[in-house]
Design a protein around this ligand. Structure first.
Ligand code: ZN
Ligand code: ZN
Ligand code: ZN
Length: 368
């Protein structure tokens, strides 16, 4: 398995080449997914500036508080540091490092308060969102990233298998969500991002937050959860039935969603457009007569961010390529009644087909 560390310096070289191509002087990256991607270093964003400066020649300097330097040295030993003490002005330090010419690409996730200070420290310079550089790079996962996504997806699969062993009836969504979070951690997640437990009519709201409603016999329950391992994110949805036998319409809707997801997989191939995957899944739901109840796009890219490019949505003509990883998550949401969604993370493999990274069963599972 390729090491993650070894894949990071080549990413900076590719980013620098893009900076040159597009006439940028440097890339400025504060804590967030781009920093993890380009430095292999992560920390909580705080009012103290940490900023990677990558210039168009490929020189990288991490501007960081002096007391954070030991941690940064361990995480990113190959990147030089410019440290600042509590009474220094870190923005002036960044300004002294950036090349004298060329526009500056700033991490999309940089706080506005930092950007405003940088604009003051670098008057007259042109600033742009870093995604013009990082989006294309991050969208095409290298082997180490695909491996990390596979590991975190399989961890989420195991959490799903375990939640099915617990009773749902009579328990609040919040309680079931807490179980899911505990199981994600027990199965290797270092961070739990979200646990959507949407029972009965709550299932008709795609991003319903687990609340006080108690699941009851006969309910359909949407479980959508994920988090991160080594920075890479999981995101899986399965819909379960509380009790022995699902109602006829619930079973029918689940079958339609399952077929829609399979159609999405079949359409997701190298060189297919992102929107064609959405169209393929949507067609199945439309033809079954539930088109008006599929109220969101079919999927989103995933990696160091839970939602990133490419987005599987009408209007996105972007072509899929090996290494692109994204969710395929059609759903049907019937207001006042119930919802069904099935979601896996898939990656375009070297042979051009879409491979699921999640292996959890797609059947309409029943729970007690
Ligand atoms: Zn979502
Ligand atoms: Zn999800
Ligand atoms: Zn998702």
């Amino acid at each position: 398995m390729p090491s993650e560390r070894a894949s990071i310096a080549p990413r900076r070289a590719r980013a620098a080449a893009k900076l040159r191509e597009q006439g940028f002087g440097a890339l400025l990256v504060s804590p967030g997914a781009d920093l993890q991607y380009l430095a292999g270093y992560q920390l909580f964003n705080s009012e103290r500036l940490t900023c990677l400066v990558l210039d168009a020649d490929g020189n990288a300097t991490l501007v960081c508080p002096a007391f954070e330097a030991p941690r940064a040295t361990v995480a990113a030993p190959d990147i030089q540091r410019a440290t600042w003490e509590e009474t220094d002005d870190p923005f002036a330090i960044v300004a002294s490092i950036v090349p004298a010419s060329g526009a500056l690409a700033v991490a999309d996730q940089m706080w506005a308060s930092f950007l405003l200070r940088l604009q003051d420290a670098l008057p007259g310079r042109e600033f742009a969102a870093a995604s013009v550089i990082t989006r294309d790079l991050r969208m095409r996962k290298d082997a180490a990233e695909v491996e990390a996504l596979r590991a975190v997806s399989e961890s989420a699969d195991r959490a799903y298998a375990r939640i099915l062993e617990r009773p749902f009836a009579g328990r609040s969504e919040r309680d079931i969500g807490a179980d899911l979070a505990e199981m994600l951690r027990a199965e290797g997640h270092e961070e739990v991002g979200f646990t959507i437990v949407a029972s009965g009519a709550n299932g008709a709201s795609p991003h319903h937050e687990a609340g006080d409603r108690r699941a009851a016999e006969g309910d359909t329950v949407v479980l959508d959860f994920g988090g991160a391992m080594r920075g890479y994110r999981s995101d899986i949805t399965r819909t379960v039935h509380v009790g022995r036998i699902p109602g006829r319409e619930e079973q029918k809707v689940h079958d339609v969603v399952r077929r829609a997801q399979e159609a999405g997989y079949a359409a997701a191939r190298k060189d297919a457009s992102a929107e064609s995957v959405d169209a393929a899944a949507r067609r199945v739901i439309d033809e079954a007569g539930y088109g008006e109840f599929f109220i969101h796009r079919t999927g989103h890219g995933i990696g160091l961010d839970g939602h990133e490019h490419p987005y599987l949505v009408r209007g996105n003509r972007e072509r899929l390529e090996p290494g692109m990883a994204f969710s395929i998550e059609p759903g049907i949401y019937i207001p006042g009644r119930f919802g069904v969604r099935i979601e896996d993370v898939a990656v375009i493999a070297a042979d051009g087909s879409a491979r699921p990274l999640n292996q959890a069963d797609h059947a309409f599972a029943t729970v007690a």
